[in-house]
Design a protein around this ligand. Sequence first.
Ligand code: M6R
Length: 607
Amino acid sequence: MCGIVGYIGCEQAAPILLEGLKRLEYRGYDSAGISIYQETIQTIKTKGRLADLEEKVNQLGGAMGNMGIGHTRWATHGVPSDINSHPHLSQNGRISLVHNGIIENYMELKKFLIEQGRTFVSDTDSEIAAQLFDYYYQGDMVDALIHMIEKIRGSYAFGIMCRDKPDELVAVRKDSPLLVGIGADGNFIGSDIPALLEYTRDYYLLEDNEIVLLKKNEVTVYNLEKNIIKKEIFHVDWDISSAEKGGYDYFMMKEIMEQPEALRKTLFPRITEDGIQLDGVHFTKEDIDAIGRIHIVACGSAWHASVVGKYVIEELTRIPVEVDLASEFRYRNPILNKGDLCVIVSQSGETADTLAALREAKRQGIRVLAIVNVVGSSIAREADDVIYTWAGPEIAVATTKGYTTQLAVMYLIGLYFSYEKGRISKEQLLQYCKALHEIPQGTEKLLVLDERMSQLAKVYAHSKDVFILGRGIDYAAAMESSLKLKEISYIHSEAYAAGELKHGTISLIEDGTLVIAVATQSHLFEKLLSNIKEVKARGAKVIAIAIEGNKDIETVADEVVYIPETENIFTASYNIIPMQLLSYYIAVERGCDVDKPRNLAKSVTVE
Ligand code: M6R
């Protein structure tokens, strides 16, 4: 989605903005622009890539000045074009504004402004905000911003500068990410931490409608009554390299390789000699006993992790679990009963539908536990309890370490609840903990499949369709495998519960069709074997994923990829690793832009 960077300080602003915007590229964009202040506001914007913007900036002599705002736009209102790109100016050129989000009542506001004699040049909702701010501006930026947001309905992160204020920049957010970076030689705004990490590790995390006034060496935060709010500094230890590619061709591969470490960070502090210890959640035994039903809600891969979570949590706790797509849950008037628990899962913590689902659960008075990666994100802040996944920044659009750490947290919750409810003994708990503790190392072992997956990718890179089969948890894992493949390689792929094949899908199998069979559930193995034979008989090429030591599978599959032995309920963590690698190499083989697949954005902050 759109990205925002702003700077005010002693340095030249343009290089800082362009660098920050580059770090936001992963969010997806179709146009970009900057405004720089020097005596007046100079605005340069263009449809296309950041390299095009950089070229334009250079042609104009580099855009000198120590204050500026920048933006990468992902079109919603109005096609990608120079005019629709941000920053947007007020009609008199006094105000320059960048916006991320959607102004829902923009038609009504536009009508009002037209009545005041204003004219518009773009098709965007954001230009309305620039004009509205200017309409209210009477010499005080904070006052104008308060007036403006009182009139706006929707989601927003705004960065704004004014021609009359050479040393002030204002910003605000609601339901859209924005944070403030506190630097030694200047201050920043940015859509996320990696955008600013090169310049500062100290941040203010903004609550909805907290208004920030940034000066060169001062940052003041106000509430809507214009009272000053004292903010705590949020310090991050991330190394700059954790937000860069670290020698890999793509962030996705770097992040695949980071999984053992991310899993260690997520699991190890929570596995003790005594069992599971969950930081950030405050469930007593009585609370857990009182849970009648768990509703897990998420989008995309986080939803796939939730489906695995359903199998695992139901198996361990016997608490019924419903899994919902956030975009469905928020509008279907879900039946939530007193004592139910809602678990919200999101890597970014900013996905619009997931955030809305959280709010629906809270509106109905249900306790919300969030599983989130981005610290201080909206979902993390609004949930009653948060368990962080500690995967570190995830830049590639296709999630890898985000997903596997979500699985890890599902296991932790399942085991914790199960033991507290008395469904498993201490001995069983410790047995599971041992298996859980082995997952990072098992993952490391699987990463050596790198070379083999790259060879297989060469053979299957030009497949037309790929079907991925599984039963039980293997089916849940197949869904994530299928998404990985299709989102980055653009090969049509579908996950099927293997038992459903005969109800229609098998008619699509023809000579040479690639079928990937996830066959790691010991109690369902025989059944899956029959399904493999059925597709083989119709000419399919089969790659099977099976547990180390299972030789039977070799008699039916063309290729077998082995995963380490583990508890049945933990196999999804291993199954996905070869599939991430295979998808990656197929995408590379097909010349796809692995980190930024077409039409996709990392953080889906609008509906
Ligand atoms: O940040 P979130 O976990 O809420 O994002 C949810 C989905 O948008 C995300 O998982 C998406 O499906 C990815 N492209 C999957 O790789």
